[in-house]
Design a protein around this ligand. Sequence first.
Ligand code: HAM
Length: 395
Amino acid sequence: MISKPRGTRDFLPDEKEERVRTYGALRETAKLFGYREVETPTFELAELFIARSGPEVVDQMYTFEDRGGRLLALRPELTASVARMYSAEMRSIPKPLKLFYFGNCYRYERPQKGRYREFAQFGAEVIGNDSPAANADLIGMAFRNIAAVGLDEYVFRIGDLRVLRAILGDDATPEVMRLIDKKDPGLKAVLPDRADAILDSRIDEVRSIVGDDVMAEYDELTGILDAMDVNYEFDVGIARGLDYYNGIVFEADAPALGAEKQVCGGGSYDLGGVVGIEGLKATGFAMGIDRLILAREKDDAVGPIANVYIAALDDAAIPVALSVGQRLRTAGIPTDIGLGSARPNKAIKAALDRGCSSVILIGEDELAANTVTVKDLATKEQTTVPVDSIVDNLS
Ligand code: HAM
């Protein structure tokens, strides 16, 4: 037996149904906020990500050469793709543009609970504006998205890379940024004077180091979020792994997940140079759909597979079963059909297992009279109905 690649998953029907419901809740929320859905390719020219996604993401990228000798990559994320799409095809559309997307992403990571090599993201981007108002709109939407999928326990953390850089000055080396990103106490040995203020996110101490001017956008954003009743914490230590961020940054954690608890990440960025537009202001976020599903209370309500189950009681009735099924489906009635002949009690069990409210039985007598027998599974009532009236009978 050939197994699936490490870090990938199969979703069986019940799980898939739960995922589809989650996608639906996220999509509905995004529309509620006036964002429009887009889709980009699963693979891109690798240079798109190499240019600005940052060394961590590039090291984890799945790349391959196609037959034309081009270096392609399975997307590790979608922000660079959306920026590319915008610069190629959407520049003439009035800004700000508010877009959202779903997509599977690929990163060669060490798999564990909540961390996969193929995972699904839902994300949103505001292109043409990275103001506090734009970030507040996005964070407000992320907030509603998390609530809409049924996750109750989470924490939003907000920081600003300009504040972090102002604290660090020339000490903003990749190593220091990594220690900060991991909230590593080892930072104390490298930056003894500032490590505590950074690691504990002491806002007053940070403010006294950098001054009110550098904190101005953070203050404006959080003022709006307060008015929107959005809860958050100050976290000066959000460094984000992707290199394109340049201002406000934010993350949400679901503590129930343990080590891989980040369910959302984003912030203001500039991808203009990469896609050929200088000074493209934008902000956005992405959520890990797999983690959202893992973190919330299990939602295993499985809906009925069909309303009606049709069973032929005799092989000769199979064509009629299928033609009656076709009529019902054309009329919009979800219908499942047994593909062979069955005894009535087996057919009724199959119908109940599928959550159907009625079963249609077609045997020799029904064939001869051009009728079907309809059994209502709630009332147990059984009626004989001419084939031509079946749709009216069940609607
Ligand atoms: P990111 O923080 O790299 O940001 O990914 C966003 C979310 O994807 C994470 O918070 C996490 O929930 C989920 N995620 C990441 N890697 C994995 C994995 N291996 N397995 C499961 N889930 C994972 C971005 O991708 C940016 N493009 C977000 C953004 C949009 N920034 C601006 N606009």
